[in-house]
Structures are given as structure tokens and as C-alpha cells.
Design a protein around this ligand. Sequence first.
Ligand SMILES: C[S@@+](CC[C@H](N)C(=O)[O-])C[C@H]1O[C@@H](n2cnc3c(N)ncnc32)[C@H](O)[C@@H]1O
Length: 228
Amino acid sequence: MSIRERIAFFGQMRSNFEQTGALQPSSRRLAEAMAAPLRRFHANDATSATRILEIGPGTGAVTRAIAACMGPHDALDCYEINEEFVRYLRDAIRNDAALAPRADQIRIHHAAAQELTPADRFDFAICSAPLNNFDAVAIDAVLEPMLGAVTARGTATIFEYVFFPVLRRAISPGALGRRLRAAQSAKSKWLARCGRDSSLVLRNVPPARVYELGPLTGRPARLRARTR
Ligand SMILES: C[S@@+](CC[C@H](N)C(=O)[O-])C[C@H]1O[C@@H](n2cnc3c(N)ncnc32)[C@H](O)[C@@H]1O
């Protein structure tokens, strides 16, 4: 990860922490964990075409991990709400060594995840929007269309930082505490409905848990937990 990328990310974190939701871009380990379902798919089938959705690409940390797993016929649609990140990423897909080979297969939309429509279909949906900063209504507004867009063979991934959200919920008084607890319930509801697997990524600042979820229509499966 370049200094330029860190500076660009830090600048957006300072001007809009609620939306950016992190101090720095995701580590390579976290990015790889987010892209793991796509990697597993192509390990068995290198050439079939898949449609991939990335929500919240930021400066492209996870996008690079996705690009590394993409097959020659895959298409990646990135939904990014922040115009500065959109500008950064449009430049990166032409000039970044990891992204440029896939530039023709990547589309960057300056759009919020909430703008997905029921007609959108993706085999893999990879969301790093900062759900811990969202209220319950916003969590539903992002996860419902995203999971609804995942095909029957598909998988979605989300992550959350460990420890800090729990601490924040515990020490936040009054209305903020209630808002954070309602948001946690909303997230837990989606994990109970669609969650399949989870893994702890220690090599990230801060450590994070990655959740894999099945499509909205899929049969609920027991959530497994692992550490990477
Ligand atoms: C924690 S950063 C992750 C950035 C990058 N994927 C990474 O892992 O380094 C969250 C990203 O989600 C974007 N974002 C926040 N809310 C969003 C929304 N509703 N729709 C699309 N992107 C959103 C932010 O602008 C930011 O780029």
C-alpha cells in the first residue's frame, strides 16, 4: 500500500469519519479474506463468468484482492458513495499494477449501496461499508438489497472490527447507546438469517471479523467461526 493511498484515505477519514469508518485501508490479509469466496470458486472453475459487486471500495485495498481472483470473463461493479474515492479509484484502475490488467472488467459507480435495485444480480457481493457506524435503518437499507441481489450460487462478505464496537456500545450513554444496540440487533438479524461462516483476521489494524453470508432466499445455515 503506497504512502499516497494512505494519505488519500486518511484525508477522507478526517473529513468524513462516519462514512469512511476506518483509520486506514484494509490490510492485505483482510482484503484476501473478503475475496475468499471468489477465490474458492475460481480454484474449482477458472473460466466461468461471474458477476461481482463491491460496496465501499475506498482506495481499492479490497478491489486489488478481488482483481487477483477474477477470471477472464468476470465483471466487477464497484459502488462508492464518496466522490474523492471514486476519483482516486478511476485513476488507480488505469495505473495500479494490480488493477490495470482488469481495467476493462471493472466499472466504478459513484453511487450508494442503497441504490441497488431488485433487478441487480451478482454472484459475489463484497461489502466494506462501515456498518458499525450505521443506524439500524441504514444497515437494513444496505444489506437487504445486497443480499437480495446475490444469486443462488453466490456469497456475500461483510466485515466488522472486533472489540471497539462492543466497547463503544457498552460505554455510550442514552440515545447513542440505544442507536448502537439497535444497529447491532439489525446486523445480528441478517447474520442469523443468511450467515454461513466467519473468520477472525488478526493481521489488520484493528483486527476484524469477516462474515460470509448466503443469498436472501437461501436456507439459513449454522454460522461457523474460524481464525485466520
Ligand atoms: C472502511 S472503508 C473501506 C474501504 C476499502 N474497501 C478498504 O477496505 O480499505 C468504507 C468505504 O465504504 C464507503 N461507503 C460508506 N457508505 C457507503 C454506501 N452507503 N454505499 C457505498 N459506499 C459506502 C466509504 O466511502 C468507504 O470508501
